[in-house]
Design a protein around this ligand. Sequence first.
Ligand code: BES
Ligand code: ZN
Length: 619
Amino acid sequence: MRLLRPLALGAFALPLTALAADPHSNAQPDQVKVTHLDLDLKIDFPQRQLDGRATLTLDWKNPAATTLVLDTSALKIASVEAVDEAGKASALGYALAAPDKELGSALTIQAPNHPHQVRIVYTTSPEASGLQWLNPAQTADKTQPFMFSQSESIYARSWVPLQDSPAIRFTYHAHVSAPKDVRVAMSALNDAKHPLDGDFSFDQPHPIPSYLLAIAAGDLTVRETGPRSAVYAEPSVVGKAAHEFEDTEQMIATAEKLYGPYRWGRYDLLVLPPSFPYGGMENPDMTFATPTVLVGDKSLVSLVSHELAHSWSGNLVTAASWRDIWLNEGVTTYVQGRITEALYGKPLADEEALLSARALQKSIGGMPPNAQKLAPEPRGMSADDTLSDVAYSKGSWFLRTLEQRYGRERFDAYLRGYFDHFAFQSITTEQMLDYLKPNLIDKYPGKMSWNEVKDWVYDTGVPKHAPLPDSPRFDRIDHERSGFLAGKLAADKLDAKGWNTQEWMYFLDRLPDPTPLAKIREIDAAWHLTGTPNAEIGMRWYSHAIAAGDKDVWPAAAEHMTRIGRIYLTLPVYGAFAKTPDGLAFAEATYAKAKDGYHPLTQAAIKTVFDKAEAKAKP
Ligand code: BES
Ligand code: ZN
C-alpha cells in the first residue's frame, strides 16, 4: 500500500451508474461550479494558522439552484458574502454542518440570486489535516519556522473552503503575506528572484483540481538546474539537491519528445524537511519532494521522473474521482519508467518495474477483493484507500502490457493522442476506456480482446501471463540470496559491492519473514546496514532485523523513525515493532518523543498501527 492506511473492507456492490457524484466531496457540481479562486492568505507562524479570504467565481449550472455547498475541514468561518460583477458585496446566510470524520463539514451558502462571486473570510485550525507547521528547531538550518500543505487527497478543504473534488477545475490567483526573510512558494509560477519582503503573489493560469493547490514557506533558497527548472530548499540542503536533480531538464525534454509539449511553463522542485509525509507531490510548476531521495548517487531520482510525468498524467488529464486514481498513478508510473529508461537505461527501468510488480504479487492476494480492482467500487473506501499499490503497480503493468502487445510506436502515438484529447479535463475510467477502444483496441485487431481489457480494469488479482521484464542482475541476486539462506554462501561472499539501491531493495524484499537471527547478524557484520543513510534500505533492513529479534538495531531504528516522517519509510518499522509487547512499548516511547515533528497524516497512520496492535493484545 502506498499511503499505508488500513483498507476498509469494501464488500459493497453498487451499480456503476450510481457513481455520478464524487462520494468524497459535498460539492454539487451539477448545480454550480467554481471556475476561479482568488485567495488572500496571511501566514501566522506563532498561531500556526492561515488567515484567509477566498473569493470564488461561480458558473451556475441549474437555474433552480438555491445554494452553494463547499467542503471545509476545521475552518473557522468569519463571514460569507456575495460579490457582484461591479465588486459590490452583500452578506449571505450560511450554515456549517457538524463535521463528518472523513469528509469534514459541508458549508451550505444561501445564494438563490446566483451571485457572480462568493467571498469567505476564515481562519484555519492549528491542527489542520492538510498543513504542517514546524519550529525553527525542526528545520535543517534552524533559522526560520517552516510550513507546508499537502492537499491530496481531500485535505485542501482544511486550508481553503472550496469544492474539493478532482472533477472540478479552476484557475487561481493568490496573494500571500508572510514574515520578512521567509520565502513563499505555491503550485503556480514562482519567481526565484522575488525579494523576501513578506509580500508574494502567484498566478496559476491553467484550470487545476483542488488537490493540486499547494503552499510552502520557510528559509528557502533557489538554485537553477536548467533553463526552466530550479530547486528550492533550505540553504544547507540546496547544493546537494541541485546535484541530485541535475538531470531535470533532460527529463523534461525526454517526456516532451514522447508525449508532447510541457504545458506548465517552469518545472521547479521544492525539497521539504524530512517530515514531509510522502516521497513526492506533483504540485503544478513546483513538485514537493522528500529529502530522503538525496542519497548522493542519483539512484532515487525516479521520483522526479514520476512527479514530472504527472504533468501529463494527472495534472493535464486528471482522474475525476478517487476511485479513478489509477488514471493518475498507474499511467504516471508507466511514463516514469519510460523517462528512466531513456535517461538511465533499460536495465534500471526494468529493475524498478520488477520491484513494483513483485511487491504487488506478494500483497494483492491479501487485499479485500474490491481493493484489488483498478477501478474499485468507491463505497466503503476512504479517498486515500484508493491510492494503493494496485493503482500504481497494476495500473502501470496494464500499460506495459498494452505497449508490449501493440508495439512501442503505436502505443506511444496512442498515449500522446490521449493526453492531447483530454488535456485539462478530469475523466472517469469509463471515459478512458471509451477512448481506448476505437483508438487502440479496435484499430489494430487481434492484439488484445476487449474482455482482457475489462479483466485488467474490473477484475481482482493480476491477469495470468502478465508480462514481466527480464533482469539478469535480479536473477543473480535471487540466486545469491538462496545460496546464502541455504548456508552455501557466506554473507561476506555476496557479490554486493556493486549493488545499487534497487538491488539492495530487491535482496531485502525477498528475504523470508522472519529471517533467522543468525543470518541477520551475518549480513550486518559483512555489510553494515544498521545506520545506513539510505532510508529505502534502512526501512527494509530494520523491519527484518526487528522481526528476527535483533535488539541491537533498536536504537538505530528509533533514530530512523524519529528523523523520517515519510509514511512509507517509517510506518513499516513501527509495524515491525508492534508485533511483540516489548517492541510495541519501545515504539510507543519512540513515538512519544518523535510525535511533535510528524505531519498529522503520519501521526494518524502510526496511531492506527498502535490501535490495531493493542486490540490484538487484548484477550
Ligand atoms: N500523488 C502522489 C502522492 C500522494 C499519494 C499523495 C497518495 C496523496 C496520497 C505522488 O505522485 C506519488 O506517487 N508519490 C510517491 C513517489 C513515487 C512513486 C516515486 C510517494 O510519495 O511515494
Ligand atoms: Zn504519483
